[in-house]
Design a protein around this ligand. Structure first.
Ligand SMILES: [Zn+2]
Ligand SMILES: [Zn+2]
Length: 354
């Protein structure tokens, strides 16, 4: 098959790669119909260190990408709920599917000793920016896509929408709350759109890029440039700050800003991926304690969000409109990465088609 293969920082190549086979009876193979690039793929692209992996060093080759949908072409013997031909959306990561935590739907607590849990970051779990993908624990960490949900919406549910929803839930959001979302990439946009749909009283969206701010205006948010955000939010909230803040950037300055925007006793959900070295730049917990703010920082268990998101997408309460600004053929994947990395041409999210 053809795939986008990681060769090193800023070096992703479209080339031949061995077809995936079934390495477990619990897995399945899909023919990929659409995939997308996530902001966290850029950490790999930049040669950053993510968990135990230092991507500036030479790596055994692997296919990249963890946001994938496609059609089932083969199922392992133990897969019960899927059939060849099903249209499938694949969670960005998967556990073993067999331990008690995986069975209960929390992949993050998987007790297996699997060396990788997310697609497309190591040869242990090849990614889906490829013609075919081996779907791990397919009964457990993938879902059939209803006809009422578009390809774009299904792709958003593999990660971005689920992560945005997770940030909102993590901030202890309740209907009627006022919310600020820092960062209007796909995750932040989805957090804001979900907040509006779930009954937020006000949603402020903060991003330096005007095109991204304008997208959020479309579903009823109040877009703000970072330079004006604090003044406007304090003014609009009687000087106290918003009830909830979702952080979808992962930089020291934006994490620190969460505490400056949230009201005393409010809640913060941090879902931007923070690089190891950057946590030291956050004089954060002292301020959080001073305001009695509850803080959640985490990586989404994508499956948790699917029932809510599926209902919101199917009913049209959220749409994810305007998110996919660009579409590339798989063979031009290197160009897609470079455009996404440079934030050129008003890019928000890129769809790739094999
Ligand atoms: Zn992602
Ligand atoms: Zn498990």
């Amino acid at each position: 098959m053809k795939a986008l293969v990681f060769h090193g920082p800023k070096d992703i190549r479209y080339e031949d790669f061995p077809d995936p086979g079934l390495s477990s009876p619990h897995h399945a193979i899909i023919e990929v119909s659409h995939c997308s690039i996530c902001g966290s793929d850029l950490h790999l692209y930049h040669g950053d260190t993510v968990g135990p992996m230092d991507f500036s060093l030479p790596q055994p080759q692997f296919c990249v990408g963890h946001e994938t949908i496609g059609k089932v072409v083969e199922v392992g013997k133990s897969v019960k709920n899927l059939q060849v031909g099903d249209r499938l959306l694949v969670a960005g990561g998967a556990g073993c599917g067999l331990c008690k935590f995986c069975k209960a739907g929390d992949l993050r607590r998987c007790t297996s000793d699997r060396p990788a849990m997310v697609y497309g970051f190591s040869p242990h779990m090849n990614g889906g920016q490829a013609d075919y993908l081996e779907v791990f624990a397919a009964d457990n960490a993938a879902m059939k896509i209803p006809d009422t949900v578009s390809d774009e919406q299904a792709l958003l549910m593999t990660d971005a929408a689920a992560t945005g929803h997770f940030g909102l839930v993590g901030s202890r959001f309740e209907p009627g709350d006022s919310v600020a979302v820092i960062g209007q990439g796909p995750v932040g946009l989805m957090a804001a759109e979900v907040a509006v749909a779930m009954g937020a009283s006000r949603v402020f969206t903060i991003d330096p890029i005007k095109a991204r701010r304008d997208l959020s205006r479309g579903f009823g948010a109040t877009p703000l440039h970072p330079d004006e955000a604090r003044n406007v939010i304090l003014q609009e909230t009687g000087g106290v700050g918003v009830d909830r803040v979702v952080e979808a950037v992962g930089r020291p300055e934006t994490i620190t800003q969460t505490i400056r925007l949230v009201r005393p006793g409010g809640g913060v959900g941090i879902v931007g991926v923070v690089l190891d070295g950057d946590w030291g730049g956050v004089p954060f917990l002292r301020r959080a304690q001073g305001k009695s703010v509850s803080v959640m920082a985490g990586i989404a268990n994508v499956l948790d969000s699917w029932p809510t998101l599926m209902g919101l997408f199917e009913s049209g309460r959220i749409k994810g409109d305007g998110m996919f600004t660009h579409s590339f053929d798989l063979k031009d994947g290197a160009d897609a990465y470079s455009l996404f990395d440079e934030r050129a041409d008003g890019v928000v999210k890129i769809m790739i088609k094999p």
